[in-house]
Design a protein around this ligand. Structure first.
Ligand code: G
Ligand code: G
Ligand code: MN
Ligand code: NA
Length: 253
């Protein structure tokens, strides 16, 4: 069975599901949102992450059906997760934006599921934005008017065409973890200047900044000192099924 056939069968058997990883305020570690992350519950190999199958899913086009299934499951689980005022984010394949009814279809899904669109953010990469800037700006603007905000994912790794960013309505910019990882006690990585520039850019654009991939207390402290307000990473929490976070919220203190 080749990977494409295996993915087709996994879709038919409904083996894809969202895990959720919290986004927190760095000052008090309070959860402000949850990123939905795709997982494949493989009958033999266990829980698989996108690194194992995303490329084939993208190249074959199967990612379109996988993403729509993922969105529905994430919105259904997210309905409970966002009761505390948080939001969920969805990672969106660039392929989906090629359909000019993408925003209408997504909004229709939020209505079917009963999910408040104001509690939804979409994660898009620079590559997606710059593949068709005019159309992307228009789509993101329509989504914003319907309550759905956009987050720029993996920032710093793409085209870094800073001059173009102001044309997109971006609520949030996520600094790629490759800029965070080099920070360790006694090390002053070159990426600190990049992070400071991204924080300034975020302020200029009126966007919230999230540092991704925070794994150590030291990294958290450095980022707070730089003025970064939000973070995500294994230091705070690993991705887990929605039921894990719901149990956590419901648990007596
Ligand atoms: O969860 P993990 O770190 O393995 O995710 C790796 C990458 O896979 C993420 O950076 C993200 O871009 C992508 N990804 C995660 N979930 C989804 C999803 O639901 N849909 C799409 N299209 N990509 C996803
Ligand atoms: O491209 P995107 O930012 O969506 O990728 C998110 C991925 O990063 C998820 O698959 C998640 O498992 C992974 N991730 C989240 N936090 C950390 C972290 O602290 N360290 C590492 N190495 N990976 C992380
Ligand atoms: Mn992401
Ligand atoms: Na990212």
């Amino acid at each position: 069975l080749d990977m494409e056939q295996a993915l087709r069968r996994a879709l038919a058997r409904d083996e894809f599901l969202p895990y959720f990883q919290p986004l927190v305020r760095l000052d008090d570690e309070r959860i402000v949102g949850y990123e939905a992350l795709l997982r494949w519950r493989h009958p033999q190999r266990g829980i698989l992450a996108p690194v194992d199958f995303l490329k084939v899913a993208e190249d074959s086009g199967l990612i379109e059906a996988i993403d729509w299934r993922q969105f529905r499951l994430a919105l259904e689980a997210g309905r409970e997760l966002v009761r505390d005022g948080s939001f969920i984010t969805l990672n969106v394949s660039p392929r989906l934006f090629q359909y000019n009814d993408f925003d209408r279809r997504l909004l229709a899904m939020t209505r079917e599921v009963g999910f408040d669109p104001r509690r939804l953010r979409l994660e898009v990469t620079e590559g997606t934005l710059l593949s068709d800037p005019m159309a992307m700006a228009a789509t993101l603007q329509r989504l914003r008017e319907a309550g759905i905000e956009a987050a720029l994912d993996d920032f710093g790794t793409g085209y870094s065409s800073l001059g173009h960013l102001h044309q997109f309505p971006l609520k949030m910019i996520k600094i790629d973890r490759s800029f965070i990882t080099p920070f360790a006690a006694g090390v002053a990585p070159r990426s600190s200047a990049v992070i400071e520039a991204i924080l300034a850019l975020g302020n200029a654009l009126g966007a919230e900044i999230v540092a991704e991939g925070i794994e150590t207390e030291y990294q958290c402290e450095v980022l707070k000192a730089m003025g970064c307000v939000y973070g995500q990473g294994f230091l705070f929490a690993r991705p887990a099924p929605a039921s894990h976070w719901l149990a956590e919220v419901a648990a007596p203190v």
